[in-house]
Ligand binder design. Structure first.
Ligand SMILES: Nc1ncnc2c1ncn2[C@@H]1O[C@H](COP(=O)(O)OP(=O)(O)O)[C@@H](O)[C@H]1O
Ligand SMILES: [Mg+2]
Length: 287
């Protein structure tokens, strides 16, 4: 309920039709009072909360459902994907892909791998059945102001170019690692704090041992680099066995080796630390 209450307060506070005296509007402190759920709580919610209603997501091609869920206390949306397609050949606008796979389980794998790498820019995703089909349930990101498609179409400049670049260089390394063939601009979401989110990883984890374009990696976030080096078969198996094959893990580790060698060849100036702009913390609702 607290999030419903929060949503109401935000709508109420920003709705000119409710022309109330200022004193009647809830003070900002109440709007920020609800603590954000932890990742573990988000995962638990996605695994157990009841689906209240669903509708197809606006963009996209793989019949993603947007579901509103409730556990009686918290109400929040999730993206549900059931796609599970294997094809020897698949034609896309970018050419023919052999051994094509489009698989909901890669959403869960990408989230869990992101955690192993210390990334917090992939929304929690868990495995759970939907209408008797296996599926991923992914936390819906609130406060999205635009996706990368809209940003480039509207030529919107990020307010903090260093933060923007720092985040995008992480995406570049992550996509090379997971051999993501579908980082289209609808799969990069920007929230109102200009945090950049990665979604929709159903077309990743290819068996190619070479990253597609390692030269595109020109720098690497320092702690991401350290974590990349710690990945091994045992740790991948422990976290990702349910959704990745042994071959997919082996290929990932081969690509990791190439990526690490590429970054090391760039020298010490290739490392940087991701710093969140001070203005974005603590979180405030100033819409
Ligand atoms: N977790 C999410 N949070 C916010 N928006 C999302 C989320 N998942 C999907 N969307 C929105 O729905 C669209 C389609 O979903 P997506 O997962 O990309 O599926 P598709 O395979 O159909 O492209 C996205 O481009 C995005 O606008
Ligand atoms: Mg998509």
């Amino acid at each position: 309920m607290r999030h419903l209450a929060l949503a109401f307060l935000v709508v109420f506070a920003t709705q000119p039709a409710f022309a109330q005296p200022a004193a009647a509007v809830a003070p900002a402190a109440q709007v920020t009072a609800a603590p954000a759920p932890t990742l573990a709580e988000q995962e638990q919610f996605l695994r157990t909360a009841r689906i209240v209603k669903t509708k197809g997501a606006k963009k996209g091609v793989t019949a993603t459902q947007r579901a509103t869920m409730s556990d009686g206390t918290l109400t929040h949306d999730a993206s549900i994907q059931t796609v599970d397609i294997s094809a020897a050949r698949h034609e896309t606008t970018r050419g023919t892909e052999l051994n094509f796979r489009d698989f909901w389980g890669y959403n869960v794998a990408a989230y869990r791998l992101g955690l192993m790498l210390g990334l917090d820019s992939i929304p929690p995703s868990v495995a759970r059945r939907y209408n008797a089909k296996e599926a991923s349930y992914t936390w819906w990101i609130d406060d999205v102001i635009m996706d990368e498609q809209a940003r480039t179409d509207n030529k919107t400049s990020p307010p903090d170019s260093a933060y923007w670049r720092a985040q995008n260089d992480i995406i570049r390394v992550f996509d090379a690692l997971i051999a993501n063939t579908d980082r289209n601009q609808g799969n990069v979401l920007i929230d109102k704090r200009w945090k950049v989110w990665m979604i929709d990883h159903t077309r990743a984890f290819r068996l190619t041992e070479e990253p597609k374009n390692p030269q595109a990696i020109v720098r690497c976030e320092r702690s991401l680099f350290a974590k990349l080096k710690t990945l091994d078969k045992a740790s991948l198996k422990a976290e990702l066995d349910a959704h990745l094959s042994s071959f997919e893990m082996d290929a990932l580790l081969k690509r990791r080796d190439v990526i690490v060698a590429r970054i090391e060849s760039l020298g010490p100036s290739a490392f940087y630390e991701l710093r969140r702009p001070a203005a974005t913390t603590p979180l405030r609702d100033t819409k």
